[in-house]
Design a protein around this ligand. Structure first.
Ligand SMILES: [Zn+2]
Ligand SMILES: [Zn+2]
Length: 388
């Protein structure tokens, strides 16, 4: 057995030995779902476990109450494992972030068991609010990833996908201001803000037929008036624009804004468009690292789906991937349920999901070993990143 194979075996064993603890943490987080920036129990639990495993732990890292940073070692290569642990409103852990949190910890335990502290600088980031504000974007802006060589995480999904495409996303709040009037006595005195928003909504619905298939536009009306017999003075909506290409995302934002203006123009209402702070960048999967993850996961018996995906979500991991070599492989959790549905919430607490999580953690640990001990891999990950 080569040195690397022996160390990978040690990492696998360390993760397997910690499996009960990791599964316990995952179940605990799943049973106590917490929304973004309020993940106090989850952050405390995970930070406490890192503490117990000999990591130096900073709670409330970078000024975010529910972020944390575990660190260990002073080696020349810095590996960051990423944990997420926020839930969705009403349907709990329907994105399986309980499994991401446990896998990130497990990967760190595995790498720490395999390497001496003079070979690696190992960081474990607790990143809040993936589903809402994008905690990673804030951490990134505050310099958290400045000296990190590679960032690695995994995400549960119906199947294993080594390099899932993920859209960049921009979110707009739109508000129309009209003039109220009695809807029957003097409708001609009114300016109907709801009409303006409906006009814009229809314009966007028609635009969607003619946009690139690697993009998306979708939205909701959040306020449309208070009474049926009053011409609505105010109407509001929230829309998201997504694309795999950053330049096309910008172009599409412009076309969606034109639809918003069309609603105002047609009705005489005033429109205000506010592009929100939540703006995930598209994912740049580092294929050198992704292929290393794939080989490691396959050696554990994982099977990857190879067909090209033309549909995806978005993640604030996209922003990290634009700043340094990163991966975000999906691991299947043993059932055909889809993220962001109550069925997925249920599956994310099963034994099958936890067995898959342990394997994903092992593959992440092994990929960390590759990145530290194989200078050619690290160089090709850097070259690939620099080329893009
Ligand atoms: Zn999600
Ligand atoms: Zn997610």
């Amino acid at each position: 057995m080569s040195e690397v194979d022996g160390l990978k075996e040690r990492a696998r064993q360390a993760v397997a030995e910690a499996a009960d603890e990791l599964i316990g943490a995952s179940r605990e987080i799943h049973a106590n779902p917490e929304l973004g920036m309020a993940e106090r129990k989850a952050a405390a639990l995970l930070a406490g476990q890192l503490d117990a495993h000999g990591f130096k732990v900073e709670r409330g890292a970078y000024g975010l109450e529910t972020a944390f940073l575990g660190s260990w070692g002073e080696g020349p290569v810095t590996i960051a494992y990423i944990c997420e642990y926020d839930c969705l409103p009403e349907i709990g852990h329907a994105c399986g972030h309980n499994l991401i949190a446990a896998a990130g910890l497990g990967a760190a335990y595995g790498l720490k068991a395999a390497l001496s502290p003079d070979r690696v600088r190992l960081l474990v980031f607790g990143t809040p609010a993936e589903e809402t504000l994008g905690g990673k974007i804030i951490l990134l802006e505050r310099g958290a990833f400045a000296d990190v060589d590679v960032a690695l995480m995994v995400h549960p999904s119906p199947v294993d996908i080594v390099a899932p495409p993920m859209y960049g996303v921009a979110q707009a709040d739109v508000e129309y201001k009209g003039r109220s009037a009695h809807a029957s006595i003097l409708p001609e005195m009114g300016i109907n803000a709801l009409d303006a928003l409906v006009l814009a909504y229809q314009a966007i619905a028609q635009l969607r037929q003619h946009i690139r298939r690697d993009s998306r536009v979708h939205g909701v009306i959040t306020y449309g008036g208070g009474a049926a017999n009053v011409v609505p003075e105010r109407a509001a909506g929230q829309f998201m624009v997504r694309a795999l290409s950053p330049s096309y995302l910008e172009e599409l934002k412009g076309r969606v804004e034109a639809c918003f203006r069309a609603g105002a123009e047609g009705t005489g209402a005033e429109v205000t468009v506010t592009w929100g702070p939540w703006a995930c960048a598209p994912m740049r999967n580092n294929m050198a690292l992704a292929n290393a993850y794939r080989a490691n996961a396959e050696s554990l018996g994982r099977v990857f789906m190879d067909s090209r995906l033309d549909s995806s979500g978005s993640s604030d991991m996209g922003n990290i991937s634009q700043a340094l070599p990163s991966i975000h492989p999906m691991f299947g959790i043993g059932a055909m349920a889809f993220n962001h549905t109550p069925a997925f919430t249920e599956v994310c607490a099963t034994d099958a999901a936890h067995a898959a999580m342990v394997q994903a953690a092992q593959a992440l640990a092994m990929t960390g070993i590759d990145a530290v001990l194989d200078p050619e891999l690290l160089q090709s990950a850097r070259d690939e990143f620099a080329r893009a």
